[in-house]
Design a protein around this ligand. Sequence first.
Ligand code: NAD
Length: 332
Amino acid sequence: MSESVVKQIDALKQQLEEYNYQYYVLDNPSVPDAEYDRVMRELMALEQANPELLSPDSPSQKVGGEALSKFSQVTHKVPMLSLDNAFDEAEFTAFNRRIQERLLVSESLDFCCEPKLDGLAVSILYKDGVLVQAATRGDGQVGENITENVKTIRNVPLRLRGDDIPAELEVRGEVFMDTAGFEKLNETAFAKGEKTFANPRNAAAGSLRQLDSKITAKRPLMFYAYSTGVVEGVELPDAHFEQLSKLKDWGFPMCPETRLVTGTTEVMAYYQDILERRASLAYEIDGVVIKVNRKDYQQQLGFVARAPRWAIAFKFPAQEEITQLLDVEFQV
Ligand code: NAD
């Protein structure tokens, strides 16, 4: 291994750490996501070719950013992970092949397909049906306590509906701003001579991580549930899509584009359909998330460092341009 590879890896790690700080801590990205993804791939390729240089503190092994100290901290009982990416059909079919080989199955798998909402992940905890705590993902292990802020989001239930109320239920999902709400927020800020937000993701993150929940309450935030963490006192269905239906019964808002499909051809058709309708959706997405539906398969597949093996973010081609981020002032 040459000294220049060591230097190259160090430089990429430093670059990504700086991008992460701007994005996760300041909610103020300095480069477009496509550029971030390109640098990350470069680092991962070098680490793969030189495994002795892979360290556990590498940005390729970590989730998100540290929780801000201005909030009290919440330790996640079940870690909140990230997702691995596929950028084209070949990478998606390689993902499918890997999991079939691991599971020792040759038949087509059932997949739950969901839009990849461009907001931020939150965990919401209900005890005996009442919302008691909400937290950001943070670094995956420890997040920020944002309970009062999440309570102001219009479509987050403060109390579960219906029967079989679990003793404890942790619901996970994305907090985001729809395009219309984002544009209105920016128009108002512009008219008042205030700073505008670069994109709906930053607007959502900045709005949710406010110390004063009255400010959050004025922001057009929305929530869609997409999974669970800790569940006690009730048996959930043994497949992901069916679990989402149960969450819907309890009153959680769900992305209406979620579909259950079988095999890679149907996944590709879903991907194409959402890609074609991307501009007409009410919210921004940067791809679709494909999840193995059977929970027993998910358990068998398990996790790698920062992501589950049973799901993948199948990203759309980049829409944004580097210039979009230049000369734009951001607001937290
Ligand atoms: P990710 O955004 O690629 O995937 C994981 C996240 O997807 C989850 O935490 C969740 O918030 C979200 N998600 C949306 N819909 C979902 C669904 N239906 N099911 C499950 N999860 C869903 O990973 P990440 O670790 O949050 O962030 C990495 C990405 O963030 C990078 O690939 C890059 O695009 C962007 N990023 C950009 C910069 C920058 O400087 N521009 C810096 C850091 C990260």
